[in-house]
Design a protein around this ligand. Structure first.
Ligand code: GAR
Length: 195
């Protein structure tokens, strides 16, 4: 049974979808810790409700990323975390975490990367008037949304009229694709491992 930390900054609908999926087959992994840079966010409230450990912090109280990431790392070690899932965590991951969790941090991004990297990918796609957009799951590396792609799914948005409708469609795909990718990745990655 692998121990996952979910990093999130906002609503946490992907966190809930993953938690539900992992509860169906309890032998693969569990969400042991939620890390958030927004102590008052809905994701933090929901994690508390589900009795999942939470480490939340205010980045403004730290001078540099390395300082809060050292605290995050301590929590990851304390909670014996094997794998990190970013789910709407709106911060760059620095070397402090990357070096200790190489190829063990993944992210979900609401576009077909490499299109529309960075902030507000949905807004970027709307501004560009693309007809097809989608969802990408990828490993985290030093860049912004540049890591190796694990899974992608395209969505035809040509008949959708509002940002709200597009967001709803993207979330629907995310809530299925992310848990599925995480579960198969964990099963594959640790297949031959004995611990
Ligand atoms: C998701 O749509 C995710 O793809 C996006 O944030 C949303 C979080 O929703 N992530 C990024 O834009 C990362 N660059 P949630 O809080 O309801 O899971």
């Amino acid at each position: 049974m692998k121990r996952i930390a979910v990093f999130a900054s906002g609503t946490g609908s992907n966190f809930l979808a993953l938690n539900d999926a992992l509860n169906i087959d309890k032998s693969v992994a569990e969400i042991t810790l939620v890390v958030s840079d927004k102590p008052k966010s809905l994701v933090v409230k929901n994690a508390h409700k589900l009795n999942i450990n939470v480490f939340s912090f205010n980045p403004k109280e730290y001078k540099k990323r390395v300082e809060y990431e050292k605290n995050i790392l301590l929590k990851l070690i304390e909670n014996e975390i094997d794998f990190i899932v970013l789910a709407g965590y709106m911060r760059i991951i620095g070397k402090t975490l990357l070096s200790k969790f190489e190829k063990k941090i993944i992210n979900i991004h609401p576009s077909l990367l490499p299109s529309f990297k960075g902030i507000d990918a949905i807004g970027q796609a709307i501004d560009y008037k693309v007809k097809i957009t989608g969802v990408t799951i990828h490993y985290i590396d030093e860049g912004v949304d540049t890591g190796e792609i694990i899974a992608q799914q395209a969505i035809d948005i040509s008949s959708l009229n509002s940002r709200e409708e597009i967001e709803t469609e993207i979330h629907k795909i995310e809530h299925q694709l992310y848990p599925k990718a995480i579960i198969s990745l964990l099963e594959e990655k640790y297949e031959k491992s004995t611990d």
